[in-house]
Design a protein around this ligand. Structure first.
Ligand code: SF4
Length: 680
C-alpha cells in the first residue's frame, strides 16, 4: 500500500510543466535536484534565476518526518499553531530512545517502561493532528521512510540529519531543526539558501568485496567532513544505475558526514524494482510514467563540468573496500593499506566488537551479504574472535531476514540482535565495561564514529565499513586483516580464505511482516486529548511567548558577554540534557552554561547586577526575569553555529533575554530566531 498516493500523483501531474517553466526562468538546463527544488517552490515565491549559494528561496516540501527525540519540542510548538491538522503528511518514529543492552525483546520492554510518558505524548499528539505514528520497535526513521514514504521527485524535510537517506529513492530530503518542521506542518513556507551542486559520476560496477558503502567512504575521504557544506551531491552515470535502491540510500545517508545539504540519485529501474518489492506498484507505475523528467537534463550529463560546481569521478571497477576512522568518518583507509597505517599510528588492532545495521546499512541486501560471510565461519570451522551485533532498520526487514534464515546464521556465530532502533549508533548502547574507558577497537557499519558516539568511551577507536567487511573483520578479530588477500587459521589449524560476499538485493519471496508497528491517526482528532502529565519533568506544554509591544527595550542588563565561539552546544548543551528536550523550563537550566564569560574567562559564572553576586547563567537570568528586568546577551563569532537546535533560540527567550548582539550569526540560528520572532 502506498501512503498518500493522491498527493504523490498531484506532484507528478504538475512536475513536467514546472520543470519546463524552471528551465525558462533559470535560463539553462537543470540538474535533477534543481528540477525537484524548482517544482516545489512555495506559491508566493518569485520565479527567477536563483543563484546557487546566494539566493534565499521559499519552498513547499511534500512531507515531514520526525524522530522521537526531536519530535517532542517540534510537536509542542506545533500545538501552539492553532491548526486542527498538519498541512502536509507527517510521521513520528520512536527509535532514538531505545537502549541496546541484552537483546531486542527485553530492551524494548525496558524502553517502553522508561519512556512511557514520552511515547504516550507522541502517540496522542500524532493522533490528534493527523500524524502517522510508528511505535517503538517499528524501526529507524530513515529505513521506515525509505520503505513507506520516500518517492522519486518528492521533497521532504525531517528533524534528523540523516533524513537525507531518502535521496536513495530520488527524493530531495533534508535534515532540519524542529522549528522548520513546525512551519511546514503549519502550511508555511520553508526557506533554504539555494544549494550548490556537486556531481559524482560513477563508472564501472561494484564487484567482489566492494559495496555501496565504499563509495561514500571514498567520497568522504575526498571531500572531508566539510566539503559538501551548502551543496547537494548528485550521483549519476552507468555505475549509479547499477546500484540497488537501498545501496543508493546508504550512500545518501552518509552524505550527512560530509556536511552536504542532501545527496540524491536519479530515478532508475532499481528504484522502480524497490518500490514494487515494498508493495508500492501504483507508485512505481506513476513514477515510471514521468521517468524521463526524474533525472538531470541530457546537457548536464553530456557536460557535467559546466553544470555542477564540482565534479568527482569514481570508477567502481577499481574501487577498494574502505574502513574509515578512527574518530572521524572522513579518514579513509583502503583495506589493503590498513595494516601498515594502523601499526604506524598505534591504533589498537584487536577488534573487540563488530556491529552491523543502523539506518545506514540494514537493508535486505546488507543483511544477506553479511550473512553470506558469517555462514562461512561455521562452514569453514573458523573461530569468531570478536563480539558481533545486528541492529535491523525496520521490523519489515527483521521479520523477512528471520524468515529467510539470516538471523539464525548470525546466531550461530554468537551474534546478538538488538531492537529495530538506533541503539549503539547514538550512544544508546549499555556496553559492559565501557565505563572503564579502556583503549579498544570496534568496527561498525553505522555512519558516525566521533569520539564516545557508540559507547560513551573516549578511548574506543571506531572504524566504519560495509556490513560484509565488518562481518569479516569481526570473524578475524584483527584490524590488520584483509579478506581479499589474507587467510585465517581455522580450529583444525588449516589456513582458509573467506569467499566474496553474495546476496540478493531484494527478497525472492517478497517482504513479509506481521506487525509493522504503524498506528494511523484519527480521521477527526478534535476530541483527542494530548497526554502530558502536569508533574512530568520531561514534557511541558508550551505557552506562547508574549508578542513584542512595539516599544524600545529600556533598562536592560547584560546577562553575559560571550567570548569566542558560541555554538548551539555552548548555548544549549546536549548529553544529559537531551532528556529534557520536551520541557522548556527544565532544559533552560543549561542556557549558555558552556559560554565563556568575556570578563572573567570562566564558564557559567556571571555577575548579576541586581545583587552583585557571581552565579550560574540560568540562575542569574531567572533572577532578572523574576524582577521583570529585561536582559541582553552579547555573542562573539558565529553565534549559534553547530546543530540546528531550536532550544538555543527558545531558552534565552523563555528566560527573559530580549536581544542577542552578535558579530556574525550562524545561518540556521538566524532562521530559527526569525521563526521565533526574536529577529525581524
Ligand atoms: S541509526 Fe544512527 S544515524 Fe540513523 S537515525 Fe538512528 S542515530 Fe541517527
Amino acid at each position: 500500500m502506498t501512503f498518500d498516493l493522491d498527493m504523490i500523483k498531484k506532484v507528478y501531474s504538475d512536475f513536467e510543466t514546472r520543470v519546463n517553466e524552471a528551465r525558462a526562468f533559470m535560463g539553462r538546463p537543470l540538474t535533477y535536484s534543481e528540477k525537484i527544488l524548482c517544482a516545489h517552490l512555495f506559491p508566493s515565491q518569485a520565479k527567477e534565476a536563483f543563484k546557487r549559494g546566494e539566493s534565499y528561496v521559499d519552498f513547499a516540501p511534500d512531507r515531514v518526518a520526525m524522530q522521537d527525540a526531536t519530535a517532542q519540542m517540534a510537536l509542542l510548538q506545533f500545538m501552539q499553531a492553532g491548526k486542527k491538522k498538519v498541512a502536509v503528511p507527517s510521521t513520528v518514529h520512536a527509535d532514538h530512545l531505545i537502549q541496546a543492552r541484552v537483546g531486542a525483546a527485553k530492551d524494548l520492554i525496558e524502553a517502553e517502561n522508561k519512556n512511557n510518558e514520552v511515547y504516550q505524548f507522541l502517540q496522542s499528539v500524532s493522533n490528534k493532528y493527523g500524524i502517522g505514528f510508528w511505535k517503538a520497535g517499528a524501526g529507524i526513521i530513515h529505513q521506515v521512510v525509505l520503505e513507506n514514504y520516500a518517492f522519486p521527485g518528492g521533497m521532504m524535510i525531517g528533524t534528523d540529519s540523516h533524513t537525507v537517506n531518502a535521496g536513495g529513492l530520488g527524493m530531495v530530503a533534508i535534515g532540519v531543526g524542529g522549528a522548520d518542521a513546525v512551519d511546514v506542518m503549519a502550511g508555511m513556507a520553508w526557506e533554504l539558501k539555494f544549494p550548490k551542486m556537486i556531481g559524482v559520476k560513477l563508472t564501472g560496477r561494484l564487484n567482489g568485496w566492494t559495496a555501496p558503502k565504499d563509495i561514500i567512504l571514498k567520497v568522504a575521504g575526498i571531500l572531508t567532513v566539510k566539503g559538501g557544506t551548502g551543496a547537494i551531491v548528485e550521483y549519476f552515470g552507468e555505475g549509479a544505475n547499477s546500484l540497488s535502491c537501498t545501496g543508493k540510500g546508504t550512500i545518501c545517508n552518509m552524505g550527512a558526514e560530509i556536511g552536504a545539504t542532501t545527496s540524491i540519485f536519479e530515478y532508475d529501474q532499481n528504484m522502480s524494482k524497490y518500490l514494487r518489492s515494498t508493495d508500492r506498484e501504483d507508485l512505481a507505475d506513476a513514477a515510471d510514467a514521468v521517468a524521463h523528467v526524474l533525472k538531470a537534463d541530457p546537457e548536464v550529463h553530456a557536460n557535467p563540468e559546466k553544470y555542477y560546481d564540482e565534479v568527482i569521478e569514481i570508477n567502481l571497477d577499481t574501487l577498494e573496500p574502505y574502513l574509515n576512522g578512527p574518530f572521524t568518518p572522513d579518514l579513509a583507509t583502503p583495506i589493503s593499506q590498513m595494516k601498515e597505517i594502523a601499526e604506524k599510528n598505534g591504533w589498537p588492532t584487536k577488534i573487540e566488537v563488530g556491529l552491523i545495521g543502523s539506518c545506514t546499512n540494514s537493508s535486505y541486501e546488507d543483511i544477506a551479504r553479511a550473512a553470506s560471510v558469517a555462514k562461512q565461519a561455521k562452514e569453514k570451522n573458523i573461530e569468531v574472535k570478536a563480539e558481533y551485533t545486528i541492529t535491523p532498520g525496520s521490523e519489515q526487514v527483521r521479520f523477512t531476514v528471520e524468515r529467510d534464515g539470516f538471523l539464525k546464521t548470525f546466531d550461530e556465530i554468537g551474534g546478538k540482535v538488538f531492537a529495530n532502533a538506533c541503539g549503539p549508533c547514538i550512544g544508546q548502547w549499555a556496553r559492559e565495561g565501557a565505563d572503564k574507558q579502556e583503549k579498544n577497537t570496534i568496527v561498525h557499519s553505522f555512519n558516525r564514529n566521533f569520539s564516545k558516539r557508540a559507547d560513551g568511551n573516549p578511548n574506543t577507536y571506531a572504524f566504519v565499513g560495509s556490513p560484509e567487511l565488518v562481518t569479516a573483520m569481526a570473524i578475524a578479530g584483527d584490524l590488520r586483516f584483509n579478506p581479499l588477500t589474507d587467510k585465517l587459521k581455522n580450529k583444525d589449524g588449516i589456513e582458509v580464505m573467506l569467499d566474496e560476499p553474495s546476496g540478493d538485493d531484494l527478497p525472492r519471496l517478497g517482504f513479509d511482516v506481521e506487525d509493522p508497528g504503524y498506528i494511523a491517526p484519527a480521521e477527526d482528532g478534535s476530541n483527542v486529548e494530548v497526554i502530558v502529565s502536569p508533574t512530568s519533568d520531561r514534557l511541558q506544554i508550551l505557552e506562547a511567548f508574549p508578542a513584542w509591544d512595539g516599544q524600545n527595550i529600556t533598562g536592560a542588563r547584560l546577562l553575559i558577554k560571550a567570548y569566542g565561539k558560541c555554538t548551539t552546544d555552548h548555548i544549549s548543551m546536549a548529553g544529559p540534557w537531551l532528556k529534557y528536550r520536551g520541557h522548556l523550563d527544565n532544559i533552560s537550566n543549561n542556557m549558555l552554561i558552556g559560554a565563556v564569560n568575556a570578563f572573567n574567562m570562566e564558564t557559567n559564572n556571571v555577575k548579576n547586577e541586581l545583587d552583585g553576586q557571581y552565579k550560574p547563567v540560568p540562575d542569574s537570568a531567572r533572577q532578572y526575569k523574576a524582577s521583570e528586568v529585561p536582559t541582553i546577551v552579547v555573542g562573539d563569532e558565529n553565534y549559534g553555529e553547530g546543530s540546528s537546535r531550536e532550544h538555543a533560540a527558545m531558552e534565552p527567550r523563555h528566560l527573559g533575554v530580549r536581544a542577542v548582539l552578535v558579530n556574525l550569526l550562524q545561518e540556521s540560528t538566524r532562521l530559527i530566531l526569525k521563526n521565533k520572532e526574536c529577529l525581524h
